[in-house]
Every structure is written in C-alpha cells, then in structure tokens.
Design a protein around this ligand. Sequence first.
Ligand code: ADP
Ligand code: PHD
Length: 524
Amino acid sequence: MPSPSADGSDRPLYIQKYGGTSVGSPGRMGDVADIVSATHATHRVVVVLSAMSSHIKAEGTTSRLLEAAREVLQPNSSRYLDVIAAIEQSHVGALDAIAVGALETDAVRSRKQRAKDAALQDVRAECARLRSFLTAAEIIDEISPRSRDVIISVGEKLAARIFTAVLESRGIDADYIALDRLIEQPFDPRAIDQTFYDYLAQRLAAVVGPSLAAGRVPVVTGFFGPTPGGILATIGRGYTDLTAALLAVGLRASELQIWKEVDGIFSADPRKVPNAMLIPQITPEEAAELTYYGSEVIHPFTMEQAIRASVPIRIKNTFKPAGEGTGSDPASATAESPAPFTIERLPTAVTIKDGITVLNIHSNRKSVSHGFFARIFDTLDRHGVVVDLISTSEVHVSMALAPMQRDEPVHDVRAEDALAAGDDAASGVTSPGLRAAIRALRAYGTVDVIANMAILSLVGREMRNMVGNASRMFSTLAKHNINIEMISQGASEINISCVIEAKKGTVAVRAIHDECLGGEQGYR
Ligand SMILES: Nc1ncnc2c1ncn2[C@@H]1O[C@H](COP(=O)(O)OP(=O)(O)O)[C@@H](O)[C@H]1O
Ligand SMILES: N[C@@H](CC(=O)OP(=O)(O)O)C(=O)O
C-alpha cells in the first residue's frame, strides 16, 4: 500500500498507549479504534497496547498468565491448561470487535473477513505455543525470570495482534509489531541505569520508525521482551506506560497520551473518594510521587523518561475522549513557580498504597551500626524486597516494605530456611518471598513484623513552601482515631507519608481529602 501522503512526516506524532481495561472487550476495542482513526486523520500515531483486562488488572490477562506460570509448578495439577483455555477463549471472543455486516459491499466484507481470519489463526497459534512452553516448564519443573517474561509477553501480543486486525478491518494500514526480540545485547540486571533506557529508546525507534515512515499505524506490544532480571523485578507491573514513554523519546513525539478508564489524575482515587476532583495540570514530580505511592494512574518510571526528553504527557479517558484529561508538561518541572490551580496553596492529592508490611529490627548489638544497615539492605536486596519508607536510629530500623512484585525469592533460600526452621515471626505475612527475607534478617537482631498496613501520602508541589501540612494531616488522623505506625517526610519535599492500618485506609484518605485538600473547594 502506498503512503497516504508524501508530506505526512511533518504531521505531529502522538504515541497513544491504551491500558488493559481500555481494550478489555470487543466494544471497547471498537471505541479505541474510533479514537485511533480520528487521530490518524490529522496526526501520525503509534498505538501501544497493554494486555486485555475485562474489569480490573488483578483479574486481567497478565494476572491470569502469572497464575498459569505458578500453577505449572504445582505437583499433579494441570490447572494451567484451564487458565490458557480461558485466555484463548476470551481473546477469540474479542475478535467480535470485527463485525462483518450483511449489508456491506463485498469488498468491505471480504476485507473484514480476511483481517478476522488471519488474526484468529495467529491467536490460536500464540496460545498453542504458550501451551507447549508451559508443558515443557512443567517437565523441567522450573520457571526462570526469562521464562516468566516469555509467558507474560503473550498478553500484550494477543491484544496487539487483535487490535491490528480491527484497524485493518476498517481500511487502516496497520502493522502489528511484537517487541519480544527488542533487547539484543546483555545488561547486568543489578546495574540497570539510564544507559539501558537510552538503549531501549533507540531500539524502539529503529524497530517502529520504518512502519511510521511508510505512513502506516504501528500497533506495538507494550511488553518489550525478556528483560534483564525479569520485567516484574526490574520494571514492575504497568510496564507498558514505560514502553510508550521510551517510544515517545526515541521517535521524538509531540505528545505521549496514556488512555485509561479514568478521566485523568484525581485529587484522590475516585473509587475511594467520590468527591475527588480531576487535576487539570500536574507536575511530573507530583505525578511520579502519586503513582509510586499507590495511585496506579501511570507507571512511576514513565515520568522520569518524559522529563529527560521534554515530552508532554496527557492522561485521557477512553470512554470520554472529548475530555481534556490531565496534562503534565516537563517544561513546568524546571519552572520556578508553576501556575497554581488552587486559590489557596493546598496540597495537590492524597494517595494510599496497600499491601504494606512494616518490619522493626532491633540490632543484636554484635556489630556497629554501619555493618548492621549494610547487612540488612544486602539481605533485602538478595530477596528482591523493595523498601518504600524507612526511619532509623543507631541500632533500630523501621521499614515499610512494598508488596512483592513476584511471590518467590530471587535466590535459593532453602539453606536459610533450614537454619531458621521453626521461626514463626513471619507467620502473618502471606508472601513466601517476604517470609524468607524476614527469616534471614533474624540473624542480625530481633524482628517485629506488622502485616496488613498501608502508606498514606499527601503530595503537592507547593508543600515545600508551606508550613502546617504535617500537623493538619496528623491531627486529622488523630481526630478519626487512626493510629500512626511510622512517619517519613523523606528526601522529597513534596510528599509527607505515614503508615497506618490498611483497614483504616478509606476512612483516612477521605478525611485527609476533606480536611487537608479543601474538599470540593480545593480545585477551581
Ligand atoms: N489519584 C488517582 N487518580 C485517578 N485514578 C486513580 C487515582 N488513584 C488510584 N486510581 C485508580 O487507578 C485506576 C486506573 O485504572 P485503569 O484505567 O482501570 O487502568 P489501566 O490503564 O491499567 O487499565 C483506576 O481504577 C482508579 O480508580
Ligand atoms: N499488562 C501489564 C502491563 C501494563 O502496563 O498494564 P496496564 O496498562 O493495564 O497498567 C500489567 O497488567 O501489569
């Protein structure tokens, strides 16, 4: 097919990333195709897709693939085959997004039917490959980080393959681009730095650029192939935002658009705080803090890449495409004083991160404090445990630990387990990986474990110039009888965080929203 126009290359380029729930059903795929076709009329566009999620991410394709990977290692269970069958069935069903109408012309019907048949064949073949792969893993009784990446990648591949067919069925020249061979050189998983991300941006431009230059619409998997150390340990869930950001950097896009099921970034999670307000403009630093501390609107690493390359970001709602969404322009990150959107200087948002475990470690005083800390962090690192907040004294450390991205230790802990046999300090912790880390930490002192906690964070760019936020936050919690387990203002002056019981999370976030952000009066 010829390029639609010779001068197309000077049209602005949008990178549009669609989240799992945005493409979670045939109807939603159709809505997304409407947005892409409308954009394609005036812009160059690259589509980046996540794996389909019918309702929430925890029940989406990526979560089901991870479940299949876990099931394979269960003795005498073939449940992983049922999981694959369910994944296959839902993706075959998604091809209903291509409706072949009886009243259409023969040419249109045959175009649609061709697109649908080819995609169906590819979906079946991808699922058959996955079945063989998992059967082999069952035989060797092992899933390595690399194997897990191969398994996870199927989710993005299926979604992108189907969506390419949907665009083709509408007469749009689209290319399905699977990134499973993107990384061509080795990287040390323990030393991932900006060089790795620069490499990815440059490889993405090389792989996706030619399709774009030919005037076509590249439909790219948001998964970028087996990643050093495994994608969940190195990047974490929600990695497709980062892929889209790196594409925007590599291809020098005019805007990175993250399309979701919410209108944009709100002053609190709208599911928990019904009167939360849409934030029209946010600094990339605020967005990064919010997303790191529980507001799953955008992957936290995304912002840093966009800031480095000065790519503006817009978060929009797939189901209300006319809405302005939330904008975040890295140019404002360096501005002295970004235009305030509140009349009073109030914090911007409140967020809560669940699944937190607090560890209080008291040194056994057989070592001086620097050795104590070094051993603790080394142990946590070896077990792949991420520390979200920390507060210390000479011989005591309290840490709030993030939920494990994967639920098993990164190295063989059987020896430590044997040494610590009978230790039940970690019995309230459901994650086997975290339990193993806790057992190992007992070599350095007494470990108290408090499970089922949450981190509550108040975020706002103006907070570095304001006094009284911390006292208002903590007195609000006291008024609602909410006990504070740990406090940290941290290095970031735009965030005050504390740890509370997870079951008090919703009450706390609503109270803070109403009393520290000015409730509905906060955003005007
Ligand atoms: N401050 C916030 N602003 C907007 N959404 C938030 C915030 N905090 C948490 N959320 C939640 O983030 C989720 C974003 O999810 P969704 O669009 O469904 O994701 P995906 O793009 O992964 O499919 C929503 O369910 C929303 O409730
Ligand atoms: N599908 C992956 C990656 C991702 O980016 O998801 P989402 O776009 O739905 O946040 C996940 O579930 O983690």
